[in-house]
Design a binder for this molecule. Structure first.
Ligand SMILES: Nc1nc2c(c(=O)[nH]1)N[C@H]1C(S)=C(S)[C@@H](COP(=O)(O)OP(=O)(O)OC[C@H]3O[C@@H](n4cnc5c(=O)[nH]c(N)nc54)[C@H](O)[C@@H]3O)O[C@H]1N2
Ligand SMILES: Nc1nc2c(c(=O)[nH]1)N[C@H]1C(S)=C(S)[C@@H](COP(=O)(O)OP(=O)(O)OC[C@H]3O[C@@H](n4cnc5c(=O)[nH]c(N)nc54)[C@H](O)[C@@H]3O)O[C@H]1N2
Ligand SMILES: [Mo]
Length: 774
């Protein structure tokens, strides 16, 4: 029990809460020289299973994870399952994630009776989640400052009464975290739209919003076009802005296989992450036994933070220059038949001087030309990316530049080629497909209206940043969080806290206790739900839910564990309960839907494009792949073609004395869920409040290794925010760049610091000064 340690932190400034556990020792930094995954991962997993008291259950669950039909989908990330039916494609972090859900610890009514909300507010986030699984619905009692039990019926009535009492349905906002299965997602957006609002913010607004908008604009499909088979046949893989060994570990398998067959693998990242070196393939027992490592990279380039677009432009420029002497440098036929605005793009590349490309990317011409050589020699190229590209002011332009580069050589709509964003949460892509979109298209709304006999609102709703602002103003009075940890995940922590506290009602549907339960509205509910690993028993039997992975594969997930408590409800049931209370005259058969999720799927089949015959197809052995028009070279763009974009290069060079700071995850965390204070692949132990810096930048500022520093950000609106006493870690990162961990550093990201292109908070590119601690 860690309560005492939590209490000792009561004095802590609430705005900078301790996020991780109390450190197990002194902070340490020893650069990591071992391969990714392998025995280090195996050791970490077994230690974790023992700690969570889940050795038997955890091990059994792992054997069922990602099994077709009878297994549950790994909630760890959105990387697709192995297509060859090899079911051991599991990873250290997926196992940790599942085990964290299956813990034997419980947060029952006695716990809430023993600890006031004020007391819990002083606990670290680690300690909060580490109490275990929530067991029954709770309501905040302001008189005692405790959460007290409430029946499900009364809880739904609290939500219903609050929603019915609003002057305007747009005074409510319905957040989704990307865990939510498709069926619950569909019901959730239906409830919001039947109420009359498109206020459907989601974690994707902070994650891949830029990718969706860019791909939509360029290709008319807001998703990647490739699948795992393509990964298996590409000649060149470009991996930009992703820490795969920690955040999409199953990609390591794909990279190792690619290397075995002689493919080129180029990593583009200011930091050389573990996945950009070598791996021991996690499920290859022979490799594990003999410590055989496989390289997972053939070239590493370290651009400055935000320098990717210039690098991509440079590559395109070089390809165009080559085409003057070598006609095979371009795929002219593809360009002529399938694209628009090529001449404009070529003119733009010609007009962009090499000096500008080098300065803005932070790379020398020779490095850029090395990447071009790989690209030009490959018949089939995949470009893959994650947050290192999206959480920037120019995230949309940068992702469009990826498409520009791919189009030049016809790397689209054929095997082994195309854009491949790595999505975050395991079902974040499915959420969008099934209607979580604050800017729904007219076609989507028309179909929904016809399938569900409702009149959905047509005005666009609020996204994450706009919801925070509206809550702060008092314009949004009811906040519902379907999963996630909004208080901690969102930017500008103190401002977000004020916004949540200004609400009349906050409702959190969760599996574990977290900060968002403590930073709440005047009234507050915690509604605990089943996890993905657990049996979902409804009137007509055990139910499965469907999810969609990063590569548009939709398949069923079925939990097999006894629920953590008999009082938990499934997410679809919680949505239906809220909807019935909020919409007493609704003609939607909410209760009937919950008896059998096949009924929800039958309606989804009518309402959603690509879901025809949903119930049958989702039961195929590996599920089914959603149609990707761009993959078939059908472009739903204004021109009916793939459109080159022609954005000017942004100036990303930090002003003198300032640095560009990116926030990222450690190896031992899952977004706001922290497992330990270690970051194994980056050689960090017992420390989260740190900044990775270039040694020359440290020297220039008189900062010694592991010395305490103050970090101050200057927002777009000129306002400043600081953190104090962080330790500086000398690291292999370009000059002018720095990095540290989310969610601690969210305090540095002002609400105004969001991209004008995507409205995404620019969490990878804060403008900061770093000085020795005062
Ligand atoms: N174990 C685990 N798995 C996860 C998660 C987790 O927290 N833990 N989170 C999930 C979620 S929701 C998401 S969205 C994904 C996130 O997956 P990632 O995108 O890998 O997440 P980050 O840790 O933010 O790391 C971003 C990477 O971008 C690099 N980077 C920063 N700035 C730049 C830049 O300007 N250019 C380039 N090229 N690179 C840059 C950083 O060095 C880092 O390697 O992972 C998902 N999977
Ligand atoms: N500075 C900075 N901030 C960031 C980012 C960054 O890179 N830098 N990344 C952003 C990104 S990419 C994302 S996706 C967001 C993440 O934002 P969120 O998705 O809101 O946050 P999580 O930490 O994933 O949510 C964890 C909580 O989800 C609940 N939970 C877990 N499993 C389930 C389940 O099955 N059902 C339900 N209902 N609840 C469950 C648990 O109570 C747990 O406490 O953070 C964003 N914030
Ligand atoms: Mo994410």
């Amino acid at each position: 029990m860690t309560t005492d340690r939590g209490k000792a932190r009561d004095q802590q400034d609430e705005v900078e809460p301790a996020v991780g556990p109390a450190p197990a020792g002194e902070p340490e930094f020893h650069p990591y020289h071992h391969p990714a995954a392998g025995w280090g991962a195996a050791k970490s997993v077994s230690g974790f299973l023992v700690r969570e008291g889940a050795v038997v259950d955890g091990s059994r669950a792992i054997m069922r994870m990602n099994h077709e039909r009878t297994g549950f989908d790994c909630p760890g990330c959105a990387w697709p399952d192995d297509t060859k039916g090899l079911h051991l494609d599991i990873c250290e972090n997926g196992i940790k994630h599942v085990t964290w859900e299956m813990t034997g610890k419980r947060v029952g009514r006695e716990f809430f009776a023993a600890h006031s909300v004020t007391e819990l507010s002083g606990w670290s986030d680690y300690d909060l989640e580490n109490q275990g699984r929530l067991t029954g619905p709770m309501v905040y009692d302001p008189a005692s400052d405790h959460y007290v039990p409430i029946s499900w019926k009364d809880a739904f009535e609290v939500v219903g009464a609050a929603l019915r009492g609003l002057d305007d349905p747009n005074q409510a906002s319905f957040y989704t975290s990307g865990r939510l299965g498709n069926e619950a997602t569909f019901l959730y957006q239906l409830m919001a739209r039947e109420l009359g609002t498109n206020n459907l913010p989601d974690c994707s607004n902070m994650c891949h919003e830029a990718s969706g908008r860019a791909l939509q604009a360029s290709l008319g499909t807001g998703k990647g076009t490739v699948d795992l088979k393509d990964w298996e046949s590409a000649d060149a893989l470009f991996i930009l802005g992703v820490n795969a060994a920690s955040n999409a570990p199953r990609m390591l398998t794909a990279l190792a296989e690619a290397h075995h067959r002689g493919a080129q693998i180029v990593h583009i990242n200011p930091i050389v992450e573990a996945a950009a070196t070598r791996t021991i393939v996690p499920h290859d027992f022979v490799d594990m036994a003999i410590l055989r490592t496989t390289r997972t990279s053939t070239l590493n380039l370290q651009p400055r933070i935000g320098g990717d677009m210039a690098l991509l432009r440079g590559m395109a420029k070089a390809v165009l220059e080559q085409s003057e002497t070598d006609p095979r440098a371009l795929d002219r036929e593809f360009i002529d038949r399938h694209t628009a605005y090529f001449d404009e793009y070529r003119a733009l590349c010609e007009a962009t001087p090499w000096e500008e490309i080098e300065t803005q990317s932070g790379l020398g011409r020779a490095d850029i030309l090395e990447a071009v050589r790989v690209y030009s020699e490959a018949d089939r190229t995949i470009v893959s990316w994650c947050l290192g590209l999206t959480q920037h002011e120019h995230g949309v332009d940068t992702v469009r530049e990826i498409v520009n580069l791919l189009l030049l050589r016809g790397n689209l709509g054929r095997e082994g080629a195309g854009p491949s964003p790595v999505r975050g949460h395991s079902n974040v892509q499915g959420n969008r497909t099934c209607g979580i979109d604050h800017r729904p298209s007219e076609e989507f709304l028309d179909r929904l209206a016809a399938a569900c006999s409702i009149e959905p609102p047509r005005a666009h709703g609020l996204d994450t940043v706009a919801t925070i602002r509206a809550m702060h103003r008092g314009d949004v009075k009811v906040f519902v969080g379907m999963g996630g940890n909004f208080a901690l995940a969102a930017p500008d922590t103190p401002y977000t806290y004020e916004a949540l506290r200004a609400c009349e009602l906050t409702v959190q549907v969760s599996t574990k206790l977290n900060r968002s339960h403590l930073v709440h509205g005047r009234r507050a509910l915690i509604l605990p739900c089943l996890g993905r690993t657990e049996k979902d028993h409804q009137r007509r039997g055990i139910q499965s839910t469907s999810v969609e992975d990063s590569m548009s594969m939709v398949h069923l997930s079925r939990g097999m564990k006894r629920p953590a408590s008999p009082h938990l409800l499934s997410e679809p049931a919680i949505v239906a309960g809220m909807a019935r209370a909020a919409l007493p005259d609704s003609r939607t058969p909410w209760a009937w839907y919950i008896e059998d999720y096949d009924r929800i799927r039958d309606t989804m089949a009518k309402a959603l494009d690509g879901f025809e015959d949903f119930n049958r197809r989702v039961r195929l052995p590996l599920g089914f792949r959603l149609r990707q028009p761009a993959r078939e070279l059908v472009f739903l763009t204004p021109s009916g073609r793939a459109e080159f974009s022609t954005a000017a290069l942004p100036d990303v060079v930090p002003a003198p004395g300032t640095l560009a700071l990116g926030t990222m995850r450690s190896h031992d965390q899952w977004n706001t869920t922290i497992y330990s204070d270690n970051d194994r692949y980056r050689g960090i132990k017992n420390l989260r409040t740190l900044v990775f810096m270039n040694r020359a930048d440290m020297r220039e500022r008189g900062i010694a290794d592991l010395a305490p520093v103050d970090v101050t950000s200057t927002a777009k609106d000129g306002s400043r925010r600081s953190v104090h006493g962080y330790l500086a870690i000398p690291y292999d990162i370009p000059r002018g760049c720095a990095a540290g961990y989310m969610p601690e550093l969210n305090v540095l990201c002002a609400l105004s610091d969001h991209s004008t292109q995507s409205d995404q908070p620019i969490m990878k590119h804060l403008r900061v000064t770093i000085d020795p601690a005062a």
